[in-house]
Design a protein around this ligand. Structure first.
Ligand SMILES: C[S@@+](CC[C@H](N)C(=O)[O-])C[C@H]1O[C@@H](n2cnc3c(N)ncnc32)[C@H](O)[C@@H]1O
Length: 380
């Protein structure tokens, strides 16, 4: 038996174990997506990736111990750092490197959640934003056919590697190198748009290019809080949708927006005690989504049991270190967190699934329970 055939056999076994776990966990429901996850070899899209150890990134490639088991272990696997595809070679040659992930193959669980959220029909035509490795596009091609799938990535190197891997795996969607915020008007209208990066606001082009009644699924991100949303397109660039119960954390869509400068604590600031735990801003706490609505543009670093650092580009910062909080700048950010927390309690501690989203060319808003509720937050 050849080594390749052996990989194929082992991979098929590991893949079927992963799919069984996704089905058992209630994530994979639609048999069409289950068959796609069973059939499409994720390892063909991940001949190389990074693994994080002690804060640095180690280069892993096909043949390394654990290469295949990690691929079928329901993990997010980072494939590019700092927008530079040569970083992997550097890490392989000289040892682990530092860097910020700019491409990954997402956790199969969250991929399944998003694909299920799309509610495709057999004849749906789909636009994906963020081709990345090509694996998600391959799943969609398996389910819907090559001609139904268009996928856009801003990174030429990533896109061309994805095309090669898609062809090797037997798929030929339309792959485009472009800024996905503009969609891909040439193949519009679409029945579904799926963004596998995160956006602060919904690009109107996606709704314009979706048939009325079609669906857009994406993650929203702010410096604090994130949310997976499903929007039903209306006429033109409008839509009405819901925040899904499942959380989704994705890397942001790359834009030409200038880098934000976050303030860091200095010797200024007033200190007081607080009884509210910093853990309420942890991504696993149900308040965190609400906090992101009430404190737009506020970044939270290291929110854990008893410490967090908040910052706003206007120079405000707050450091919570257990029992005390120190604040400085034009705003008192921890005071604002406490006020938002009180409001969240008074509203009955709403979870994500109680929120919805309205998008029109004039405004984008998140609302609680109903679009005309007095509790609405602008997405800026
Ligand atoms: C999490 S990865 C996508 C994973 C991918 N769907 C897969 O199956 O491997 C995010 C991708 O979004 C791409 N991206 C970032 N900004 C973009 C933009 N403005 N337009 C299109 N793609 C973008 C990145 O280059 C990266 O490949």
């Amino acid at each position: 038996m050849s080594v390749r055939a052996d990989i194929g056999g082992t991979a098929a076994r590991l893949r079927s174990r992963l799919v069984r776990a996704l089905v058992r966990g209630g994530t994979l429901i639609d048999p069409g997506w289950r068959d796609a996850f069973l059939a499409v070899p994720r390892h063909m899209f991940l001949p190389r990736y990074f693994q994080q150890r002690s804060g640095l990134w180690t280069a892993v490639e096909e043949g390394d111990p654990d290469w295949l088991t990690q691929i079928y272990a329901d993990r997010v696997l980072v494939t590019q750092l700092d927008g530079d595809s040569t970083r992997w070679d550097v890490a392989r040659a000289t040892g682990p490197v530092a860097g910020a992930p700019t491409c990954s193959s997402s956790m199969p669980t969250i991929m399944a959640v998003m694909l299920e959220a799309l509610r495709v029909n057999e004849d749906s035509r789909v636009l994906e934003i963020g081709t990345g490795t090509g694996y998600n596009a391959a799943l969609m091609c398996f389910r819907l056919g090559d001609s139904a799938v268009s996928t856009v990535d801003i990174d030429e190197t990533l896109s061309s590697l994805a095309v090669q891997r898609l062809i090797a795996a037997g798929f030929q969607p339309t792959c485009v190198v472009a800024d996905g915020a503009r969609g891909h008007p040439e193949n519009a209208p679409y029945d579904r748009v799926l963004c596998t990066c995160a956006v602060p606001r919904i690009p109107l082009a996606w709704l314009e290019q979706t048939r009325p009644g079609g669906i857009v699924v994406t993650t929203l991100n702010r410096p604090l809080g994130a949310g997976l949303v499903r929007i039903v397109a209306g006429e033109g660039a409008s839509g009405l949708g819901e925040v899904l119960a499942d959380d989704g954390r994705f890397m942001p869509l790359r834009t030409s927006a200038p880098e934000v400068t976050w303030p860091s604590p200095d010797t200024t600031g007033s200190t007081r005690s607080t009884s509210l735990s910093a853990g309420v801003l942890s991504p696993t706490h149900p308040f965190e989504f609400f906090a992101g609505l009430g404190l737009p543009d506020v970044q939270a670093v290291g929110a854990a049991g008893d410490s967090v650092l908040l910052g706003h580009p206007d120079g405000s910062w707050a450091r919570h270190d257990g029992e005390t909080v120190t604040q400085s700048g034009p705003r008192r950010l921890w005071d604002e967190v406490e006020a938002a927390y009180e409001q969240w309690l008074s509203l009955d501690e709403p979870r994500r699934a109680r929120f919805g989203i309205t998008v029109t060319p004039e405004r984008q808003e998140i609302w609680l329970d109903a679009p005309d509720n007095e509790h609405r937050w602008s997405l800026g």
